[in-house]
Design a protein around this ligand. Structure first.
Ligand code: FE2
Length: 158
């Protein structure tokens, strides 16, 4: 089984994913589900190729699958999701065969994925892929969204 499949099948990962689904069941804004995680992973992979970064594809997808998984804890306790997500990456990735170095790289990218100010190019691409994966131009709740208009994707990004 690929490492990314092991991560997706991990019971703790599945529980967190299910909790987010439950907590967001009535949410009219963007959800943090496996579709978002895969959209974000695919964009991140494209951006890494465009930038000529030699980063393992499964590591990129692990970052995608884990970058918002901390939302579960945020909904439960209020703890910010990037902190909980980085911690989750450190716990689950080694169980799925990722090296300590890969795990550390993913945790750092997840920790700084909410800011454009990171000095690390991977973290900046994670931020961009995360934002660009949202289809604001097609969103019926756009006018009520708290994203500033300049951050919204109001055109098709190519
Ligand atoms: Fe996200």
């Amino acid at each position: 089984m690929k490492r990314i499949d092991l991560l997706f099948a991990n019971p703790e990962y599945q529980n967190l994913l299910e909790y987010i689904k439950y907590a967001e069941r009535d949410r009219k804004f963007c959800r943090h589900d496996i579709r978002h995680f895969l959209d974000m992973s695919r964009l991140l992979y494209i951006y890494c190729l465009e930038e000529g970064l030699d980063i393992d594809k499964e590591l990129i997808y692990a970052i995608g699958l884990l970058h918002d998984i901390g939302r579960a804890e945020q909904y439960k306790s209020g703890r910010e999701h990037h902190l909980a997500g980085a911690e989750c990456a450190k716990k689950l990735m080694p169980l799925c065969g990722f090296t300590n170095e890969e795990t550390q790289r993913a945790a750092e990218a997840i920790l700084s994925h909410r800011s454009t100010e990171s000095g690390d190019i991977l973290a900046r691409l994670v931020y961009r892929a995360d934002k660009r994966s949202r289809l604001c131009f097609d969103c019926p709740a756009r006018d009520e969204c708290n994203w500033p208009r300049e951050k919204m994707n109001l055109e098709i990004d190519i």
